[in-house]
Ligand binder design. Structure first.
Ligand code: ADP
Ligand code: 5GP
Length: 222
């Protein structure tokens, strides 16, 4: 919006596992200025190629639990036997820098963010089809059949939560989906409550119109 500044807000992406939300979140922050990825803490072991502090903050259970106990996590949840949580510092750094922070988290975490971070925007990502979801889960090659089945069972519960979100997008083509997410952010940014100094801006315009009416249009109209 030209000439108007707005408060940046956290963007939560949740989806059935395998839909592509990590891919979307990573691409979004890589291709859009002013966005940063929220690096979660987890007890899950790193997959090949994953780096500590970049993909996740990999922690043992005791370290994770002490973070939770010290209230250092905005939200946390158990997903497929492992603990995952968003460090509060991820949101604080983004707020300090005036950036959008993108949270790639599960539905349980999204619900907690809804409750404790009212300015966050929650976007639910759907796969284009179930067949494509299965192809994406299998294509990743990191899960055996049992793990895939577990992810599908979780997907049933996750789909039930879609209606609680602010927006729903379909991850058909990556670029199209990213465009829709960016459009949501642009629309949300235009909300009066997010505009910096909105009351002052409107107040100043009112005063100017009042002055113009008194000085230049005193006897015009009724
Ligand atoms: P999630 O984080 O939702 O579990 P990932 O981002 O790990 O999912 O993506 C799962 C797989 O689907 C990955 O192999 C990824 O490259 C692929 N993928 C993601 N988005 C698309 C898309 N729009 N079209 C085709 N493949 C995709
Ligand atoms: P994965 O182990 O495949 O990286 O992630 C498994 C699930 O945990 C995904 O749905 C992912 O979005 C979710 N997840 C990752 N980080 C967090 C987090 O910080 N909090 C919550 N609640 N879920 C997370």
């Amino acid at each position: 919006m030209s000439g108007i500044d707005y408060r940046r807000f956290p963007i939560v992406l949740a989806a059935p596992s395998g839909t592509g939300k990590t891919t979307l979140a990573r691409r979004l922050v890589a291709t859009t200025a002013g966005y940063r990825f929220s690096v979660s803490a987890t007890t899950r072991p790193a997959r090949p190629g994953e780096r500590d502090g970049v993909d996740y903050h990999f922690r043992d259970r005791a370290a994770f639990e002490s973070m939770a106990k010290r209230d250092e996590l905005v939200e946390w949840a158990q997903v497929h036997d492992q603990l995952y949580g968003t460090p509060r510092t991820e949101l604080e750094i983004a707020a300090r820098r005036g950036e959008h922070v993108v949270l790639d988290i599960d539905v349980q975490g999204a619900r907690q963010v809804r409750a404790s971070v009212p300015e966050a925007v929650l976007i639910f990502v759907l796969p284009p089809t179930v067949q494509e979801l299965l192809a994406r889960i299998s294509g990743r090659g990191t899960e055996d059949r049992g793990a895939v089945a577990r992810r599908l069972r979780t997907a049933l519960q996750e789909l039930d939560a879609a209606r609680e979100f602010d927006y729903v997008v379909v991850n058909d083509g990556l670029d199209d989906c990213l465009d829709r997410i960016r459009s949501i952010v642009v629309a949300e940014a235009a909300h009066p409550r997010r505009i910096v100094g909105f009351e002052e801006l409107v107040g100043a315009m009112r005063s100017e119109i009042d002055r113009a009416l008194r000085q230049d249009y005193a006897n015009a109209g009724s």
